[in-house]
Design a protein around this ligand. Structure first.
Ligand code: AHR
Length: 318
């Protein structure tokens, strides 16, 4: 017969002696959060993931993290698994806008609060507690205003759009086109998805520059920096000067984009801050403490061009 000590030692190897859930630094039972991430399509997304994971670790939160690899069905599966595990809070960043009603109703019926991070799902307000993220429509407006001011309101524009049916692709296009209605000399002559990736941005731009419409463009609006950086490679390979022959505006404000601005290859990047970890876990804590939260928390963003990119570069964390 085993002594209690021996039994405990064996248990410690298998499940941890003393059992139970991980403890937070204060010794209390850790808050359990299920986070469903979209994937790793861009430098922005990588920085966002790191911010979520490091903030959870800092606060002693038991984070169940799931990477959906760009697939909505994987996100739905992850959310269902969080519900089955009985997590305290679910947080997620929806890859596309539509198709979340059923799974969010399941979370609601299970009494698990949902916090939306980065991208908005197209569901009624009462399906989630709080949505934290940038104003994507405003980002599109700011990109178009910058372009109008620096081209004298005359531009033949190619657009590289983000993931089809995603909130940032829909909203950035909307904001950009809204401003264009005030400038009859500016028009989008070509629009194609680059899926928010550098490789696809390059591929689409290579094909465009070989076509008759590609020969006419003198401006590019890319829905994120990664696609703009891929397009820059294609423009250079075609013997053109990015930033001069083709004026380029994009969104995110990642370090590589700021470097490209200092090299004169990219003209402007509208910031979209990915460091949402502290805000997301402040919201989680408020939910756990039953404190009120606003339905919408808008992240304040900046904007970079040749006037301020070099100064900001040493401070960029992503
Ligand atoms: O939802 C935010 C967007 O998603 C970022 O602008 C883009 O880089 C990312 O992939």
């Amino acid at each position: 017969m085993k002594s209690p000590l021996v039994f405990c030692l064996i248990s410690a190897i298998v499940i941890g002696c003393g059992g139970g859930s991980p403890k937070s630094p204060g010794g209390k039972k850790a808050i359990v959060v299920g986070f469903s991430q979209i994937g790793a399509e861009s430098a922005w997304r990588t920085a966002n993931t790191q911010s979520i994971q490091s903030e959870a670790q800092k606060r002693g939160i038991d984070l169940k993290f799931s990477d959906a690899q760009q697939k909505q069905e994987n996100q739905i599966k992850a959310i269902r698994s969080f519900i089955a595990q009985g997590v305290d809070v679910i947080a997620f960043s929806p890859v596309v806008e539509a198709g979340w009603d059923v799974v969010l109703k399941e979370a609601k019926d299970a009494g698990i609060p949902v916090i939306v991070s980065d991208r908005r799902p197209n569901v009624p307000d009462d399906m989630y507690v709080c949505f934290i993220g940038s104003d994507f429509v405003e980002e599109g407006r700011r990109a178009a205003k910058w372009l109008a001011e620096h081209t004298g309101g005359k531009a033949v524009i190619a657009e590289l759009t983000g993931t089809p049916n995603s909130a940032p692709a829909n909203d950035r296009k909307k904001g950009f086109e809204e401003v264009l209605t005030q400038y009859p000399g500016m028009s989008i002559v070509y629009s194609q998805t680059g899926d928010f990736t550098r490789a696809k941005g390059k591929e689409v731009m290579e094909a465009l520059l070989k076509s008759p419409v590609g020969k006419r463009i003198n401006a590019l609006f890319a829905h994120n920096d990664d696609m703009a950086l891929g397009a820059i490679q294609a423009i250079e390979a075609a013997g053109l000067k990015p930033g001069k022959d083709i004026i380029i505006v994009s969104i995110d404000g990642i370090k590589d984009a700021l470097v490209a601005i200092t090299e004169g290859k990219l003209n402007c990047s509208v910031e979209c801050n990915p460091l949402l970890g502290p805000k997301v876990f402040d919201a989680v804590q408020a939910v756990m403490d039953k404190k009120p939260l606003p339905k919408r928390i808008v992240v304040e963003d900046s904007m970079f061009d040749a006037a301020n990119a070099a100064k900001e570069l040493p401070n960029r964390k992503y």
